[in-house]
Design a protein around this ligand. Structure first.
Ligand code: ADP
Ligand code: MG
Length: 339
């Protein structure tokens, strides 16, 4: 008999969870991204004890069909990717089918969901990857995910968690970014009963900037807009008078996904050139739209890093558009300018 065998599903999920679920903020990110992908217009996030005791995400999106609910918690189960061609033009935030099974492997999860207007939903509970409860549930369309006691069965990981304040900081940072990325969705975030953020979902990004950074900052923002054969850029950047000591208020969004991009950040900073004092940084929200085939998001399980296939062009375009916004001139005359 050989010595090599295939890992059982539970063990495979626990291993994947090590990558996908690094800390409470990773759970929040995965659940919120699922809600965005489900077309929700309202997403409420409730956190207790930095997410270690409770993370709850309620959305009014399309919901999960009762017969799909268990499948959703299986490894590599997704409704977002059908063929290998889809992988090279991803339009959704998720696609790996790994979040729910990974979270369920290392926490106690309750999922209540209803799809369509049947009002007949289903509620299941999973504990350490095992189904522990399953019943019908009357509820309105949407999904309500509750994750309790994260890492209860992986003490080594639990030991690595930082203070409640640090974990909460990672969670709120992510929620601020996704709210900035999706001004058309009404977000609320509460921690231990106190409200940390509430956005209206009217689509006005400046309002979200005011909710996240304060009205003073919102007033010091310049709109920016540009078009290019391959890209579209929209957003706000701060006037040079308003600066910060770090890059932490720079948000890059590509096709609805909040990402980290050194390339985009450095192009923006290049546009400010000598306008900023040394070691001071602007506040910015840059939303870049492009054909999904021009960006590879399948670089890392967290999908925070991406690869652009025409990075040099993108960098030049971002710099040029930002420079035009700072100069108070429009980069390309829009249709209403009459040219
Ligand atoms: P992925 O997002 O990569 O598809 P997940 O494990 O995060 O994988 O979710 C598995 C599937 O469960 C999704 O493809 C989706 O069909 C369904 N799902 C998860 N969360 C929600 C939600 N909030 N609303 C509707 N469907 C959901
Ligand atoms: Mg997902």
């Amino acid at each position: 008999m050989g010595k090599i065998h295939v890992l059982d599903e539970h063990l495979a999920n626990q291993i994947a969870a090590g990558e996908v679920v690094e800390r409470p903020a990773s759970v929040v990110k995965e659940l919120v991204e699922n809600a965005v992908d489900a077309g929700a217009t309202s997403i409420d996030i409730t956190i207790e004890e930095g997410g270690l005791s409770l993370i709850r995400v309620q959305d009014n999106g399309g919901g999960i069909e009762p017969e799909d609910m268990e499948t959703a918690f299986q490894r590599h189960a997704t409704s977002k990717l059908l063929s290998d061609r889809d992988l090279f033009r991803i339009a959704s935030l998720g696609f790996r089918g790994e979040a729910l099974p990974s979270i369920a492997a290392v926490a106690r999860v309750e999922c209540v969901s209803a799809s369509g207007d049947s009002r007949l939903g289903r509620r299941i509970r999973m504990e350490g990857g095992q189904l522990t409860a399953d019943e019908h549930a009357g509820c309105s369309q949407g999904t309500d995910m509750t994750v309790r006691d994260l890492f209860f069965n992986t003490p080594a990981r639990l030991k690595y968690m930082k203070s409640i304040q640090t974990e909460l900081g990672h969670i709120s940072d992510y929620i601020y970014r996704i709210a900035l990325a999706h001004p058309g969705i009404a977000f609320s975030l509460t921690h231990n009963g106190g409200s940390l953020l509430r956005t209206s979902g009217t689509g006005d990004r400046l309002q979200v900037i005011a909710a996240v950074y304060g009205t003073g900052t919102a007033k010091a923002m310049l709109p920016l807009r540009g078009e290019h054969a391959d890209y579209e850029l929209n957003g706000y950047i701060s006037k040079p008078e308003l600066t910060r000591a770090s890059r932490s208020a720079l948000t890059t969004v590509v096709n609805g996904r909040y990402i980290r991009s050194f390339a985009v950040q450095s192009s923006l900073l290049a546009a400010y050139h000598t306008l900023l004092p040394i070691n001071r940084f602007p506040v910015a929200v840059l939303e870049i739209g492009m054909h999904p085939g021009l960006v590879d998001v399948n670089v890392h399980p967290s999908k925070m890093e991406v690869r652009f296939s025409k990075e040099a062009e993108l960098k030049a375009f971002v710099e040029e558009t930002a420079r035009a916004a700072l100069g108070g001139r429009r980069h390309i005359p829009g249709p209403e300018s009459g040219r």
